[in-house]
Each structure stands twice: as structure tokens, then as C-alpha cells.
Design a protein around this ligand. Structure first.
Ligand SMILES: CSC[C@H]1O[C@H](OP(=O)(O)O)[C@H](O)[C@@H]1O
Length: 381
């Protein structure tokens, strides 16, 4: 069906990606990000010395993906505290940077709560900043551990659903190390399948308009020596029709209390295709992505992004005909465009949700609340 791609022998691990780190420089602490807008062409680091720079990076998707947004937001609060910026102002700016991924607000509020508690206890500004940094680091470590647990739970689920091995998995957007403190969410399950010698093919949706699949998931799959094929989003249907997809694995940006899933736009059509073709549709997300305070999918705010992302192929490597950096027009100049960053998949189309606390299926009912109750994640209102 597809070109056979060379894959490295299972077991040769690539160096871990430095996706985000805190550095202490003589002039003060900085947050160093792998600039994801420049991948896969080049690996460039973006140094954030203040919260406005981090907010710009979040809005530009230089740093992205729900769990990593939470980690970055937490470090952002610690950066404000360490550099003597207004922590309350920083908290508001970071929380509002992108509205859909609940992890961002969770990480920001969790670290801010520790900071203010330290202040109220009478600790010095430096001690309170240290407490904030320690909490951001704890969140980072917890997410890395959650990623490993989800990968193991997810592979066990695939083995249960697909006992013969030879997994042909379709994924959408990017859910690997570039969205996580560890190896990711849905991609981490596919990687676990690869390492166990059970991955026959990873089908990678390019994921228009920002091409997280083509630019980032293909980059991560190649780095890990996985057998993968890239496809246009509109080719996915023909793969299902040909019986070439054994399961769909996707991430999430927010899971409502009723099991509705907000994820990259294009996820909902895949869920409908999976239902029609009797293919498991599996969501992989840490409990920090579950928002029991949001009742259902209708209550989830879906980020609307600039139409230019649809009407131009935007890239920092491209220079527009007018000479400004940015993009190549693929539509008439000024063409009106509809560009929701996410869509909502209703619970009845979700086969299972894999979290670091276990797997639930069906996803409605008390299962989600029970999983979150088991989680060590601190509840932030
Ligand atoms: C598991 S988090 C990855 C999640 O985030 C992506 O959105 P974006 O690239 O806009 O940050 C997409 O929804 C992925 O599923």
C-alpha cells in the first residue's frame, strides 16, 4: 500500500530532545525552548528572558502541545518571580495565551499558588521564587513519568485490541516528546509499539494548516527509526476504506467531564471514520488534560486562529513575494478563511481514554472522575 520505509533496528535510541529547560545565566534565569516553528529544517533554541517573550512563543506555537504548555506556563510563573516581575500580571498573561489546552492554566495556577503561599508565609521574594521553581520542576518530572505510564498502558490496550501485533496506527497532529516532559502522549504509545517490535506502520496525518504532523511527527518518527508514512489529511479516509488502519491514536487539549475531547482540528472526522469502519479511536492524555469543571464539549472554548495560516503556507524559512518573512500565498490575497485550531469529539465516538492512572472505556460515567481522583496531580480550581 505504501512505500516501505527503512527503519532502524529497534533498540538504537536517539539522543533525547531538549524541548524546554531552565538555565541560570549570570544576568538571571532564562527559559530555553526548542523553537518548534523551525523544525524540521533546523533545531534552533529560543531564549525567553521574560513572560511576554514566552507568551509570544506560546501564541506562535514555538512551544506547543497541551502537557508542555502546562510545564512552560509553570516555568513562566517561576521566571517572573525569579526576575522580580509582577507575578499576578504574569499569571494572567500566561493563562490567556491559548484558551483550549486546560494544561496551560493548570500549570500556571499550580505554580502561582505555591508562590503566593510562600509569600503569605512570610518567606523572602527569593525563597518564594525558589519554591515556584521547585514546583515547576515537580510538574515537569510528573509529566515525564506520566508519559511513560501512558505508553505502557496504551501498548497493553493495543495488545488487547489487536492481539496479532503488526500494529498499523494512524495519528494526527503531533503528540511526541515535543509536547511533553517525556516522550509524549499518543506518539509515546506508538513508540512503545515500535520498541516492542509490534509497529508495522505509523500513518502520520500532515495536519493542516500548521503541519504539526508533517513537520514534527515525521521528524520524531524518523529520529526513532519508526516505519511511518506521511499522508495528507484528506487521504485518511481511503486508508480506512482499504482496511489499512488498525487503530487511531490521538492526544487531547481538554477532556470535559462527559468525556468530550478537544483536540487538533481534524480529529473529529477521524473519529467518525473510525466509528464507521469499526476501528478503535483511542485518546491518550495525562489527567492534567481532564477538566471536570467543564461539563461537556459545548463548554470548551475552541481557539480560532488567524486566517493567514490557511491562506498562506507560513514558515520562518519562507520569504513572501513581498519580501516579508512568513508565507507563500495559496489563496487569493485577503481570502476569508475559517481556522479553528481544535474540534470536539463526542464521547460516543471515543473507544478509550488512556491516562497515566489507567484506561477507561467507555469514557462516560464515573470512570474519568475516578481516574483523576487516583492521580497525584494537585487539583487546582
Ligand atoms: C497531547 S498535546 C498535543 C496536542 O496539542 C496540539 O495542539 P497544538 O499543536 O495547537 O498545540 C494538538 O491538539 C495535539 O493533539
Amino acid at each position: 500500500m505504501a512505500d516501505q520505509d527503512a527503519q532502524s533496528p529497534v533498540g538504537i535510541e536517539p539522543p533525547a530532545l531538549s524541548v524546554l529547560r531552565w538555565d541560570e545565566l549570570p544576568e538571571g534565569p532564562v527559559l530555553v525552548l526548542l523553537d518548534q516553528t523551525r523544525l524540521p529544517v533546523e533545531e534552533v533554541e529560543l531564549v525567553c528572558t521574560d513572560v511576554p517573550a514566552l507568551v509570544r512563543a506560546i501564541r506562535a506555537l514555538a512551544v506547543r502541545g497541551a502537557p508542555l504548555l502546562g510545564i512552560a506556563g509553570g516555568y513562566g510563573v517561576a521566571l517572573a518571580a525569579a526576575r522580580g516581575y509582577d507575578v499576578a500580571e504574569a499569571t494572567g498573561l500566561l493563562e490567556r495565551a491559548r484558551p483550549t489546552a486546560v494544561n496551560l492554566a493548570y500549570g500556571v495556577r499550580r505554580v502561582a499558588r505555591v508562590y503566593w503561599a510562600a509569600v503569605e508565609k512570610g518567606l523572602t521574594a527569593g525563597q518564594a521564587a525558589g519554591a515556584a521553581l521547585a514546583e515547576a520542576r515537580a510538574l515537569h518530572r510528573e509529566d515525564a513519568a506520566a508519559s511513560g505510564r501512558m505508553a505502557r498502558f496504551g501498548l497493553a490496550l493495543l495488545d488487547e485490541l489487536l492481539p496479532g501485533g503488526g500494529h498499523r496506527l494512524l495519528t494526527h497532529c503531533n503528540t511526541g516528546a515535543l509536547v511533553s516532559g517525556g516522550e509524549g502522549t499518543a506518539f509515546a504509545v506508538a513508540l512503545q509499539s515500535h520498541r516492542a517490535g509490534r509497529l508495522r506502520r505509523l500513518w502520520v496525518d500532515e495536519t493542516r494548516p500548521l503541519l504539526q504532523g508533517a513537520r514534527l511527527t515525521a521528524y520524531e518518527a524518523a529520529r526513532n527509526g519508526m516505519a511511518y508514512s506521511l499522508l495528507t489529511d484528506n487521504a485518511a479516509g481511503s486508508l480506512f476504506a482499504a482496511g489499512e488502519v488498525d487503530a487511531v491514536l490521538i492526544g487531547a487539549d481538554r477532556i470535559a467531564a462527559d468525556g468530550s475531547v478537544a483536540n487538533k482540528v481534524g480529529s473529529y472526522p477521524l473519529a467518525v471514520l473510525a466509528k464507521y469502519h469499526h476501528v478503535p479511536f483511542i485518546v491518550v492524555a495525562p489527567t492534567t488534560t481532564v477538566d471536570l469543571d467543564t461539563a461537556d464539549g459545548e463548554a470548551i472554548i475552541v481557539e480560532q486562529r488567524p486566517g493567514r495560516e490557511v491562506t498562506e503556507l507560513t514558515s520562518p524559512h519562507m520569504v513572501s513575494p513581498g519580501g516579508e518573512a512568513g508565507g507563500l500565498p495559496v489563496a487569493p490575497v485577503g481570502a476569508p478563511a475559517y481556522n479553528p485550531a481544535f474540534d470536539i469529539t463526542p464521547p460516543e465516538l471515543v473507544t478509550a481514554i488512556v491516562t497515566e492512572e489507567g484506561v477507561i472505556s467507555p469514557v462516560t460515567g464515573v470512570g474519568l472522575a475516578e481516574l483523576c481522583a487516583r492521580s497525584s496531580q494537585i487539583t487546582i480550581s
